[in-house]
Design a protein around this ligand. Structure first.
Ligand SMILES: [Zn+2]
Length: 456
């Protein structure tokens, strides 16, 4: 049998994941994400899809990050009426994230002078098309194609999607976790997936992360040092996974008295909703964490934690006595409540901004990491006198060495051909070269719009 894959988005780009598997009789989409980054790239989100959404029977979602789900409501608006399938944990995360993205997209539409990308009613229609599944539950879609999801260890509920027909398989990895979350089980060994074809991510394809001696020790040291300075410790944090990782670790350190007792403010209504979805799906945690949650332990709550709901309370936090810890979005300080806090905290030599994880070029977070002495916030210059610390250890992605190892294991399971996607062109090309040279499997880097034939 023969099928084609079309690389509609997420080829030559980290974001905008969107792949079309056409088996001849059935069209299946894998992910339908927003393009994120510089504003010129954002405009791509308004482009028509390179297929007719009404012709698509299935949309399989690997995980709930917005660059994998953000264009689903547009797909529905443009005529998609098929079935959307993901893990139940992914589904629980999707709705609050799409509603939050809708608000941001309204601002983007205004600045590009375009119609809104979609309405809340399109989100509701998308959710009505959703069907839950879990890992390791093979199901026949149509045309003899069987779908099965496997844990990818990236965020709660994240999955690799495997499609099999007549004994031949292709796996779309989605994003791959490098085992850095204290909450999640490790990514499954791809040797066990026994797939001839792999469409794999390459975000860190050309990088090996700076190793922290110990992630939790680094976090503790940063908190202790910040408390000694007597100011505010501000942590810009992604609402999904990173915030929950940090709350879990800070709670454990408070319990053990490894850090001085001080108030911790979670200033992100979105992160609160995401945390609630995490609590509702303990079966997706690592087994020892799942057992604790199922035994009644609230792994994200502690007496010093205060949840901030409205914007007035958020602004009032600046006047609360120090030392204190504030967590707020966004993770790269691109917007959200983080900016209001940074405008206060950055000029204060007693305060600390703790940046966790990768910061994209052009983001305020990246400028701070690179040692900027002055930045612009709300079009005003803000002098940087606060201590800037950068923790690498909480990355949700495999690094370059781990990706090569992943490909090696896949090859042991029978993988013969790898399409390297979802990376900057240099990162994808570097990873593909290493897979060709060291793993001995043919790896290519398709461009956006390319089509490849496969024997499926
Ligand atoms: Zn992701």
């Amino acid at each position: 049998m023969s099928s084609t894959i079309q690389f509609c988005g997420g080829a030559g780009l980290v974001t905008g994941s969107n792949f079309l598997l056409d088996t001849g009789g059935t069209k299946i989409l894998i992910d339908c994400g927003l393009v994120q980054g510089v504003s010129a790239a954002d405009e791509l989100n308004w482009d028509a899809f390179p297929y007719n959404p009404a012709d698509i029977s299935f949309l399989i979602i690997t995980h709930a990050h917005i660059d994998h789900i953000g264009r689903i409501p547009k797909l529905v608006k443009d005529g998609f009426k098929g079935k959307i399938i993901s893990t139940d944990a992914t589904r629980a995360l999707v709705e609050p994230l799409l509603l939050d993205a809708h608000t941001l997209l309204l601002h983007a539409a205004e600045s590009h002078q375009r119609e809104p990308l979609y309405d809340v009613s399109d989100i509701n229609r998308a959710m009505a098309l959703w069907h839950d599944t879990q890992y390791h539950k093979p199901q026949e879609l149509a045309d003899g194609v069987v779908l099965e999801l496997f844990n990818s260890g990236h965020i709660l509920g994240s999955a690799m999607a495997k499609f099999t027909r007549n004994g031949t398989s292709i796996v779309f990895t989605g994003d791959l976790g490098g085992g850095n979350s204290p909450l999640l089980p490790l990514c499954e060994n791809p040797a066990n997936l026994k797939a001839e074809y792999l469409v794999m991510e390459s975000v860190y394809g050309d990088r090996v992360r700076k190793e922290d001696v110990d992630r939790k020790d680094s976090l503790r040291d940063a908190i202790v040092a910040a408390a000694e300075r007597g100011g505010t410790l501000f942590i810009p944090a992604f609402s999904t996974e990173r915030t929950q990782d940090l709350l879990f670790e800070i709670r454990a350190m408070m319990h053990a008295a490894d850090i001085p007792p001080m108030p911790v403010y979670l200033d992100s209504p979105l992160a609160e909703k995401i945390t609630a979805a995490f609590k509702a799906h303990p079966e997706y945690f690592a087994p020892e964490i799942a057992a604790r949650v199922q035994g009644g332990e609230d792994i994200f709550s502690f007496p010093q934690l205060h949840l901030i709901e409205n914007a007035d309370d958020s602004q009032a936090l600046a006047k609360h006595p120090n030392p204190k810890i504030i967590l707020a979005g966004s993770g790269m300080s691109n917007g959200g409540r983080a900016l209001g806090h940074e405008a206060h905290v950055l000029p204060d030599p007693h305060s600390t901004v703790l940046i966790v994880g990768y910061q994209a070029a052009g983001s305020l977070g990246r400028k701070l990491v690179e040692g900027a002495k002055s930045v612009q916030i709300f079009r005003q210059p803000v002098v940087v006198r606060a201590h800037i610390e950068h923790l690498y250890g909480y990355s949700a992605h495999m690094d370059g060495a781990e990706l090569v190892e992943f490909a090696q294991h896949a090859a042991e399971g029978g993988t013969k051909k790898i399409f390297v996607v979802m990376g900057e062109p240099a990162a994808s090309a570097f990873l593909a070269q290493r897979i060709n040279d060291y793993v001995g499997v043919k790896a290519t880097t398709p461009d956006a719009g390319d089509t490849a034939d496969i024997d499926l």
